[in-house]
Design a protein around this ligand. Structure first.
Ligand code: NI
Length: 197
């Protein structure tokens, strides 16, 4: 081996080893699943639109398409829910393998009865979830969703909520698979779901 080759090896081997260790440690190659990566998702206990307590365990064995928002949202939430609905419709019979879930970040106004009427606007597949302030906060924390009442000077019950707008695709084991925004075309969302059916 030439001294030049030895020099190249002396530099590149430690660099490669260091890279391998960092990739392994931070899970750079497997978003949401790698060692050291903060997992998205987790257990939750909430109440559905029929007043029934539901936990994350209830949805095991099916894919979940989860969106956090609130029913009084003027534009972003309806857009996201509409895209989810169209994406699922385009899957035909396979849509049965996916549960679309809308989790409110505004439990004060989004009672089960209110959610029931709201999610019905997007078809009959949606599970609408609400709960106590604490239950909702815990679920949002698990999915790293930010939300807060927007500053405004409307009447007490007329306020907007600021909130992250992300649609999560979760696996049959409840683990994170992919995410979309409310601007993701429904065809793209459907394609990503179909790959995991
Ligand atoms: Ni919204």
């Amino acid at each position: 081996m030439s001294s030049r080759a030895i020099r190249i090896l002396a530099v590149s081997v430690p660099v490669l080893l260091l890279t391998a260790v960092l990739v392994w440690h931070y899970g750079w190659l497997s978003p949401g699943g790698g060692r050291g990566a903060i997992p998205i998702g987790g257990p939750f206990t909430l109440v559905d639109q029929n007043g029934k307590t539901r936990t994350a365990e209830d949805f095991r064995g099916r894919l979940m398409l989860i969106y956090f928002g609130y029913s009084y949202c003027p534009d972003v939430c309806p857009t996201a829910l509409q895209i989810m609905s169209v994406a699922l419709d385009s899957l035909g019979g396979d849509a049965e393998k996916v549960t679309p879930i809308f989790i409110t970040v505004d439990p004060a106004r989004d009672t089960p009865e209110h959610l029931k009427a709201y999610v019905a606007n997007f078809g009959d597949r949606f599970v609408g979830l609400t709960g106590t302030e604490e239950q909702v906060a815990a679920a949002a924390r698990a999915y790293r969703i930010y939300y807060a009442k927007a500053k405004g000077d409307g009447a007490k019950d007329e306020y907007l909520m600021d909130h992250s707008s992300i649609v999560f695709l979760m696996g049959r084991d409840g683990r994170y698979l992919a995410h979309f925004t409310h601007n993701t075309p429904s065809e793209e969302m459907a394609r990503a779901i179909r790959e995991r059916l």
